[in-house]
Design a protein around this ligand. Structure first.
Ligand SMILES: NC(=O)c1ccc[n+]([C@@H]2O[C@H](COP(=O)([O-])OP(=O)(O)OC[C@H]3O[C@@H](n4cnc5c(N)ncnc54)[C@H](OP(=O)(O)O)[C@@H]3O)[C@@H](O)[C@H]2O)c1
Length: 277
């Protein structure tokens, strides 16, 4: 264990990546200051986890004083909170951002462009605060994250396939993706805690596959075989689900993370894409 990070603050501790991180930290004898708005009522070893109830955007919680912080919650709220009341004595921050910054900056959907701009502004604001307080910053930009819970974005497709045993697959959808499992991402954050690397890194999982293949595997993992996959023009799907306009417009584009030799050197080997969990 890294000597200066024996006590770790963790935001988003009840989230998809945060819950894995909390389990990993506890399996490795770290002490944790877990931060969220709605802490769980029971079930964690009190001597190792101190739960801090806080709304991140209001300022860094005054009773969180760990020298190292893993951010697995919302980045914009963290950046706003850091701006209002920066943490005292923080030496290292490892935070989750997203490759949306790159892939959604020229989206056809203005809400997605806004989301990408907001995230980029949050990264820049956090970097400025970290410089001002002398903390090292590692920003991870994962691609699509899966695992733990069923995939909310595919909810309507999954429901339809469950009832009809038919899977309408948007077509064409040959763009490549590299989804990363939430637990692998948590393991990477832990590895970075022990072997610090400063900078911004894009992160994907252990397999590249087409969007069509990815959707098919995700829906099959939720509903079980057999399903009849029926290709359907993406513009038909958009007319049924207009809020999917942005993602549907990118089905033909590759959205792959850049290779990051510094992360590979850590020995981190994410799993191949298995489906939903
Ligand atoms: N989902 C993806 O495919 C994807 C892809 C790339 C990057 N990311 C990034 O990964 C990170 C984690 O994503 P996620 O979906 O697991 O979690 P999330 O929805 O961003 O956050 C959930 C966690 O953060 C806490 N939280 C939420 N708002 C809060 C606030 N205002 N103040 C304090 N705590 C708050 C929640 O607990 P309470 O409700 O109890 O507060 C929960 O523990 C995010 O930064 C996201 O941008 C996600």
């Amino acid at each position: 264990m890294s000597r200066d990070c024996q006590v770790v603050a963790l935001t988003g501790a009840t989230g998809r990546i945060g819950a894995h991180l909390l389990a990993l930290l506890l399996s490795r004898a770290f002490r944790v200051q877990a931060i969220s708005r709605n802490p769980p009522l029971a079930g964690l070893p009190e001597e190792r986890v101190r739960w801090i109830r806080a709304e991140l955007s209001l300022g860094w919680p005054e009773d969180a004083d760990a020298p190292c912080l893993l951010s697995a919650g919302p980045l914009a709220e963290l950046a706003e909170g850091f701006r209002r009341r920066p943490p005292q004595g923080l030496s290292r921050l490892i935070a989750l951002s997203s490759t949306s910054i790159r892939f959604k900056q020229s989206s056809t959907d203005p809400r997605e462009r806004e989301q990408a701009e907001r995230l980029l502004a949050a990264e820049q604001s956090l970097a400025a605060t970290c410089r001002a307080i002398g903390a090292h910053l590692t920003l991870l930009r994962p691609t699509l994250i899966y695992g733990t819970a069923s995939e909310p974005r595919l909810g309507p497709l999954i429901a339809f396939a469950r009832i009809t045993r038919i899977l309408p697959l948007p077509w064409p959808a040959q763009g490549l993706r590299q989804p990363v499992h939430a637990e692998d991402l948590a393991a990477l954050m832990l590895a970075l805690l022990e072997h610090p690397r400063e900078g911004i890194f894009e992160v994907g999982g252990g397999e590249r596959l087409s969007v069509a293949e990815m959707i098919e595997r995700m829906v099959r993992a939720e509903t079980g075989s057999p399903l009849l996959a029926v290709p359907m023009p993406a513009r038909w799907i958009e007319s049924i689900f207009p809020r999917w306009r942005g993602p549907l417009s990118r089905l033909g584009q590759d959205q792959l993370p850049r290779p990051e030799p510094e992360l590979e050197a850590l020995g981190w080997r994410p799993r191949p894409f298995l489906g939903a969990r």
